[in-house]
Ligand binder design. Structure first.
Ligand code: PLP
Length: 360
């Protein structure tokens, strides 16, 4: 017994384990020049106009931010072609995912998700004393929507679908999602987590245009963290029926979308062409990395995010450690594989050479 009476669920949680930083790996292994390919960050700083908007906003940090993020909401709603009451802004999209759990999950309720998937989901569900129901991926690392639909029961409140999925990188089409929606009762919310949308094949469809509006129980979440290079500022958004947005807004921690995050996101929406160039260069690098790995005999699924998934099973921890000792920090998933973020050409070359070395 420690001080106070912590909730058993919190007592039992392991501390949150973010992707290991380069500095930490350097200290642990007594090396220098480590690179971090472990958190699916954008290796490129945002365009100068975005940085300058953030700097300008810094002068006003003595004031609280606009809690409702009204300017950003307005801009998002015009850009996406949905009503302003269909958009929520949160402290990163993970903030919005937690708000969904806070607003909808009672103790004992179920949240169904394919697994492997985003490691924050089970944490948010556990904090509500809910039950996280894991539905295995197919043998080709894809989400098995039939099995997910079959796992939805009377206690299910939410279904979490990351597309592209983290860590496996496979994506769902809106046709597949629409067939899935037809099998799920309207009193179950289906969360389509598109943190990596900007890196995926546009031919898969747009869940906002294709699903929200048609299905009142769909919630699409997106973020400025990955493609827009604003991970350190924390802003994300959700698009859904106004009745859902209203509940999400009630449980947003006051002012948690800080003023720099709002300014950066607004400026990013004015710099889409420049940001697209950075995305395009990452997509070209992704193709190059995949080809090099496949030429070396590595089997991996087609990636739709800014990372590759190497399903090496039981070798995951050993390979990740060997890479890390040589200064290349990737994200291991014990017993399943490693996830490697696509970065600059030089960092990708370093990963490829080091991976060849440790697996030789
Ligand atoms: C990175 C990530 C997020 C959220 O990132 P934020 O920085 O909180 O916006 C959400 N979902 C998935 C699947 C992710 O990988």
């Amino acid at each position: 017994m420690g001080v106070g009476r912590v909730r058993p669920v919190v007592q039992g949680l392991a501390p949150y384990r973010p992707g290991k930083g380069a500095k930490q790996a350097e200290a642990e292994h007594g090396i220098s020049d480590a690179i971090k390919l472990a958190s699916n960050e954008n290796p490129y700083a945002p365009p100068p106009s975005v940085l300058s908007a953030i700097r300008d906003a810094a002068a006003g940090v003595n004031r609280y931010s606009d809690h409702g993020a009204s300017e950003l909401r307005g801009k998002l709603s015009r850009w996406l072609g949905v009503g302003q009451d269909s958009v929520a802004v949160g402290c990163g999209s993970s903030g919005l995912l937690q708000q969904l759990c806070v607003a909808y999950v009672e103790p004992g309720d179920e949240v169904v998700s394919p697994w492997l998937s985003f490691e924050a989901y089970p944490l948010f569900v556990a904090l509500m004393d809910g039950n996280f129901v894991k539905v295995p991926l197919t043998s080709s690392h894809r989400i098995d929507l039939d099995a997910v639909a079959a796992a939805v029961g009377p206690k299910t409140k939410l279904v979490m679908l990351a597309t592209p999925n983290n860590p496996t990188g496979c994506a769902l089409s809106t046709d597949d999602l629409a067939s899935f929606m037809a099998k799920v009762s309207e009193d179950v919310l289906v969360v389509v987590d598109e943190a990596y949308r900007e890196f995926s094949d546009p031919a898969l469809g747009d869940p906002v245009g294709d699903l929200v509006g048609r299905f009142p129980n769909v919630v699409v979440t997106r973020t400025f963290s990955k493609a827009y290079g604003l991970a350190g500022l924390r802003s994300g958004y959700a698009i859904a029926d106004p009745a859902i947005i209203e509940q999400l807004d009630k449980v947003l921690l006051a002012f948690s979308v800080n003023s720099l995050a709002q300014a950066g996101a607004i400026a990013a929406l004015d710099a889409l062409d420049e940001i697209q160039q950075l995305i395009d260069s990452l997509l070209a690098e992704r193709a190059r990395v995949v080809e090099a790995l496949r030429n070396a005999g590595v089997a991996l699924p087609d990636p739709q995010g800014n990372f590759v998934w190497i399903p090496i099973g039981d070798a995951a921890d050993d390979v990740a450690l060997a890479l890390e000792q040589r200064g290349v920090v990737v994200r291991p998933f014990s017993g399943d594989g490693i996830r490697v973020t696509i970065s600059t050409p030089a960092e990708n070359d370093r990963f490829l050479a080091t991976y060849a070395e440790v697996t030789a």
